[in-house]
Structures are given as structure tokens and as C-alpha cells.
Design a protein around this ligand. Structure first.
Ligand code: NCD
Length: 326
């Protein structure tokens, strides 16, 4: 029986690990503990095994996902659809809200109330910070944020952390350099918040106007984590275990002249990678628009395509977990 069929979010009282996910909304990475993450990564490993061995399972047969995107997406939306398909479920894809009743003036709460009549779980990408929390308040079915404006992108943070773990085998004790638009990059915000659960040393690399928000920096420093800032990748490339590069988020600039001034600030080149550690991982949530040279793609440390594949396994794990089937 799909959860929420009685109109209520189901909160399991079972003491097992499912309690952290079953029937829950996924709107911020702040809700997770290290134990939750270990559990989720274990499930993601299983999903990877299933996909590689047999391609699909019928774990979510009969379940329906509403995939509601108010902003552009390639990877996040298609990996959720693929995840649902590989678990035997179905998807209602709403990717051009211009073709939905949103253009008739329908509010987010009403759209959510509508979709939950048809679906068991709702994935939402929205340009406003906090939109997924609003949606979750109105929804009786689990809401999974696929990114809310410049706020968070929790499922990307989870797949990024899973990639770090898959690439290097550990998370504790790593020096993580985050490069690019740290102000507007929601994936940076989610990943940094997840990494604060571990013994992480951070170097934030950006031009002055794209620095990490003070509030988030405070969340890291108050835990006693080592946090440095610079505007030069060269300062950190030799030492970093993870170099996490992001695109300058053009759509978040009110003044496009400011965007033009910083858009080509960084480029990771084969020459720069020549100075990096032999065992490290170069990551990017993608899409890239010039921050990583195409000649770097064949470098075994270039993890961004594996990272993107990991997204499907993490999303399979999340869907199964919130629906109580993991
Ligand atoms: C990111 C996003 O949408 O925040 N993309 C993604 O989901 N992989 C990063 C970006 O758009 O720069």
C-alpha cells in the first residue's frame, strides 16, 4: 500500500534506519546524520549493483513520481525519471511549467495538492529559496527538493558526497577546495553542509563578489573546522584531495555586467592538473561552461561523469527509502 493513502505523512516508529527517510521530505541536508548517510550510501551501492547486473527491479512497481521543474534541468530531472523507471515505477514529468496550469496563475500549494492526488512522491525544482519547504507543508506525500533557487540542492549534495566516498574511499580528513560561484551555487551550499559532519578542511576559491555566504561560513567555523578563502586555484591545487568546480550562475545576476566580469575567472587545464595530487578527484555538478577544459576529461582523476552517474543510484536509493522500500 503506497504511503500517505490515508492522507497523512507516515512517520514510522520502527527503530531501524528507515525512520530517517520513510515518509519524510528531503528539503535540506541539515536533516541528515552521518548514520543516515552511511545507510543511504549502502542502499545506493545496492542500486548500482542491481543496475549493473540486471538493469532494473520492480521494487516501486505501481508507485508514481511527480517530477515538477520550474527551472531548467538535464541531469537532475532525467536521473529522477531514470531512477523511477529502473525501480519499476512511473513518472509524471512536468518540465515546461509554461505548458501547465502554472501559467494560468495556479499557486505552488494548489499545484502540489493536485499532483499528490496522482503521485506518491513529488520532486520539485523551484527558483525561490524555501519553495520546497512550502511545498512540503502543503503536501501529504513526501516532497524531495531538486534545488530551490540559490538555497540548497540536497540530492546533488548527497550524490556529491557519495562520489567523494566512492572515489577516495574515505570522507574524514580530506582537504576540499570548492571553486567558482560559491555565493549562488546551491550545490556548494548543500555539499559544504554535509561535509561539516566530517573532519573536513575547506578552501573556498572565488572572486570577492562570489564568496561563500557568511552564514554558511559561520556554520563551518563554529564547529572548529579549518576554513580558508582565496581567489587563486593555484594556491590550493597541489594540496587538495577534492577540487569541486562550479559554474558562475548567470541566471542569478541582476546586473549582467557583473557576470561578464567574473564568468571566465577560472579554467582547470591539463597543465593545472599536472600540479595536483596523484590521488585526488576533480568534480563538477555540471553543466560546465568553460570552467574545466575538455582535454582534462580523460584524466583518471576527472570524476564528473562518474559523479553524474552516481546521481541515479542516489536518487534510486532516496525514492526507495522515502517510500519505505529500501
Ligand atoms: C546544478 C544546479 O542546478 O544547481 N546542476 C545540477 O543539478 N547538476 C549546478 C548548476 O546549474 O550550475
Amino acid at each position: 500500500m503506497p504511503i500517505g493513502s490515508n492522507g497523512q505523512k507516515v512517520v514510522s516508529l520502527s527503530p531501524d534506519r528507515r525512520t530517517s527517510f520513510f515518509g519524510r521530505d528531503i528539503v535540506s541536508v541539515r536533516q541528515f546524520s552521518r548514520e543516515d548517510l552511511a545507510y543511504l550510501f549502502g542502499v545506493a551501492d545496492e542500486m548500482r549493483g542491481i543496475v549493473r547486473r540486471v538493469g532494473a527491479t520492480d521494487l516501486l512497481k505501481g508507485y508514481v513520481l511527480a517530477n515538477l521543474f520550474y527551472e531548467p534541468s538535464t541531469r537532475t530531472s532525467s536521473s529522477f525519471i531514470a531512477a523511477m523507471a529502473r525501480l519499476g515505477g512511473a513518472t509524471i514529468p512536468i518540465h515546461g511549467v509554461q505548458y501547465s496550469s502554472v501559467t494560468k496563475g495556479e499557486s505552488l500549494p494548489d499545484t502540489i495538492r493536485t499532483l499528490q492526488c496522482y503521485a506518491d512522491v513529488i520532486v520539485l525544482r523551484h527558483p525561490e529559496v524555501g519553495a520546497s519547504e512550502v511545498a512540503a507543508r502543503y503536501a501529504t506525500k513526501p516532497v524531495i527538493s531538486a534545488g530551490d533557487g540559490i538555497g540548497e540542492h540536497p540530492t546533488q549534495g548527497l550524490l556529491d558526497l557519495y562520489t567523494i566516498y566512492s572515489e577516495l574511499g574515505v570522507v574524514d580528513g580530506l582537504h576540499v577546495a570548492m571553486v567558482g560561484d560559491l555565493k549562488n551555487g546551491r550545490t556548494v551550499h548543500s555539499l559544504a553542509r554535509l561535509l561539516r559532519l566530517y573532519d573536513t578542511r575547506f578552501t573556498f576559491v572565488s572572486p570577492e563578489i562570489l564568496r561563500l555566504p557568511e552564514e554558511l561560513k559561520g556554520e563551518l567555523t563554529e564547529l572548529g573546522l579549518q576554513v580558508e578563502e582565496t581567489d587563486r586555484v593555484e594556491d590550493v591545487i597541489r594540496e587538495a584531495d577534492i577540487v569541486y568546480v562550479t559554474r558562475v550562475q548567470k541566471e542569478r545576476f541582476a546586473d549582467l555586467r557583473e557576470y561578464e566580469a567574473v564568468k571566465d575567472y577560472y579554467e582547470i587545464t591539463p597543465e593545472l592538473m599536472g600540479r595536483a595530487k596523484e590521488r585526488m578527484a576533480l568534480m563538477h555538478p555540471l553543466p560546465r561552461v568553460g570552467e574545466i577544459h575538455y582535454d582534462v576529461d580523460d584524466d583518471p582523476r576527472a570524476a564528473y561523469f562518474r559523479q553524474m552517474e552516481n546521481g541515479m543510484y542516489i536518487r534510486m536509493a532516496l525514492l526507495a527509502a522515502v517510500l519505505g522500500k529500501a
